[in-house]
Structure formats: C-alpha cells, structure tokens
Write a protein that binds this ligand. Structure first.
Ligand code: T46
Length: 305
C-alpha cells in the first residue's frame, strides 16, 4: 500500500464512501455537498491548495482505498481527516494512512501538532483511534470549535511531533503500554496511570533517575520478584532487556510509553541524551535482597525457575 495523489479515475470509489451512511462522518458532510462536477474539480485542483493536502490511500494494485487529508495547515498545526472504503476496513489501510500522513505532517511539512475530530456516534472510528492510543484533547480552542459551529458531540484527538505511534507490543515478553495521555491545545500533554486499572500491580514505591550525563549506562541487574513500570517523561533512554525470551532493546523517548517488567529480567539502561529522566513505579519497597547483580547468577536463576 502507498499514498499517492488523487486521480480522476478515483471518482466512483470516492463516491462509494460519500454515499455510505455507515461511513458518514463529520468529514463526509463536506463532500456530500458537492455535485459530480464539483467533486471532479476538487480532485484535479486539491493538490495545489496551499493550506491543505489530500492523498489517496492506494492498494499495491493502485486501487483507491480511502483518503487522508491535512486541512487548515497554518502556523505549526493542521487538521487531519481520514476515511477508508468499506472494502478497505480491517485490512490495515486506515492505520497505514494515519502513520503516513503523520509522518508527512511532522517530517515533510514540519508541523508541531495535528488535530482531528470524530462524531461520537461514529463508534467504529472512535474504537480505531482509541485502539492506537491517540490522545484525546479535552481543552479544544475556540478557533477549532468555530469550524464546527452547530455540530455537537465531537471527540477531539491530537498527535504531537515526537509522539511514538509505532510502539511495539512487547520486548522479550515484557508488555509495552501506551500510558493514557490527555493533550491540551498548545499547552502540552498530561499522562497518567492507575494501579489495578492500567497496570495489574499495586504501586508501593516510585523513584526516578535524573541528571545523568550522555553515554552513561546503569542497571546491570535483575529482580527476583519485583514488578515495575519504566517510562521516560523527558529525553531518550535505551533499555536493553534480557530474560528467557532472549535479549532485545527499546528506546524510551515518548512520555506516553511505558514498559512493564513483571518477570525476572536483566536490564541495562543507556542514556542516549543527557539529563533524560527515567521514572519507575514499583510493586514493592526497596529491598537489596531482591536484586541479582551478577550476570552469571541471573542466568542460573532463570534456568532454575
Ligand atoms: C531498576 C532500574 C531501572 C535505594 O536506596 N532505594 C531505591 O528505591 C532504589 C531504586 C535504589 N536505592 C539505592 C540502591 C543503590 O545504592 O540507590 C543506589 C543506586 O541504585 P542502583 O545502582 O540499583 O540504580 P540503577 O539505576 O542501576 O537501577 C535502578 C533500580 O535500582 C532498579 O531496581 O530496575 O533502576
């Protein structure tokens, strides 16, 4: 699959979602107002707009599968819309379109922030955005809301430059989670997790490691029973993990990504960026007796358990 310019031969397929009531969304209302000639004009002229860009999400066979747009590109932000045809659903086209348009927004146009909204009755779209942990915006500024005057029940989302949307599901069997995050327009994000809700252990201790120079390595130990969630609210830290599933690494740089280590796992942390902060919430009080600080002893421990 790939993104490409819209072509006039896409017209009929575009009309297939415009006229599909199930797909109908805030975004489709704009197109529903266009007659065939206007739609045709839109297809051939959209690409030259200075404040918007519209790509076709295309199959490998070059068949139009959906659209992804960036509208109201102004200052450092823009508004995103995405729609896929019924036959493209559950086949990865929507996720591909989101990843590519966000890459385009942040890397090619150099935006800082992208917003979009969904009609709350559009349960399928909301399931999709929530599944990928896109951040909900609660404090939507008036200029965005003004564009939707008279349209009620909208759920707003945003993606900020630097958000890691390609997170893996696990590292050597340790779960990588999206920490719930709420964006405030032009005022950053707030992330939170709750014991027994987002992580399945009780938090007895929180600690953080700061003021570490670049290139420094810490860790080099495992825990026998302790469970922890590790996250990096600022900077870039490489985490190397090893257990009976092998040895893998993951870079922590997005404050809304955490790794849950809930089994005996050797860990090493490398400070890629000076002053990065590593935060940890742990299931128990500090107990030096729970550490295995000798690598050979750790290997023996995981083989005998
Ligand atoms: C871990 C990684 C990610 C305490 O007194 N209380 C505490 O709660 C902790 C965490 C440490 N300490 C003492 C123990 C050592 O004398 O602080 C000193 C430095 O600890 P350590 O060398 O273990 O630090 P790191 O960065 O190698 O490892 C830490 C945690 O100890 C460990 O549990 O999983 O971060």
């Amino acid at each position: 699959m790939h993104l490409r310019k819209l072509e006039t031969r896409d017209l009929e397929n575009i009309k297939s979602w415009i006229n599909n009531e199930d797909i109908s969304s805030v975004y489709t209302h704009f197109f529903q107002q266009l007659n065939d000639a206007e739609l045709y004009d839109y297809i051939i002229s959209h690409y030259d707009d200075s404040d918007s860009v519209h790509f076709a999400i295309s199959s490998d066979e070059n068949e139009y599968m959906g659209s992804v747009c960036m509208n109201h590109i102004f200052n450092d932000s823009a508004e995103l819309s995405i729609v896929v045809r019924e036959i493209a659903m559950h086949r990865g086209y929507a996720w591909f379109g989101m990843k590519e348009i966000l890459k385009y927004a942040f890397e090619t146009i150099g935006l800082e922030c992208v917003y979009w909204c969904v009609d709350t009755s559009n349960k399928r779209a909301i399931r999709f955005f929530d599944k990928y942990y896109f951040h909900e915006v609660v404090d939507v500024p008036d200029d965005l809301l003004n564009r939707y005057k008279g349209v009620d029940n909208l759920k707003w989302y945003s993606a900020l430059k630097g958000d890691d949307i390609n997170i893996r599901e696990s590292v050597v069997g340790c779960k990588v989670i999206r920490i719930k995050t709420i964006s405030t327009v032009d005022a950053g994000e707030l992330s939170f997790f709750e014991e027994n809700q987002d992580i399945d252990f009780v938090i007895k201790r929180v600690y953080y490691i700061s003021k570490v120079p670049e290139g420094i390595r810490r860790g080099f130990h495992a825990h026998k029973t302790l469970k922890q969630i590790l996250f990096c609210p600022y900077g870039r830290i490489q985490l190397v993990l090893e257990n009976e599933n092998g040895r893998e690494e993951i870079e922590l740089s997005d404050p809304s990504v955490g790794v849950i280590i809930d089994k005996p796992t050797w860990r090493e942390m490398l400070w890629i960026q000076k002053d990065s902060v590593l935060c940890v919430a742990a299931s128990d009080y500090y107990d030096e007796g729970d550490y295995i600080r000798d690598y050979n002893e750790f290997r023996k421990f995981i083989h005998s358990n």
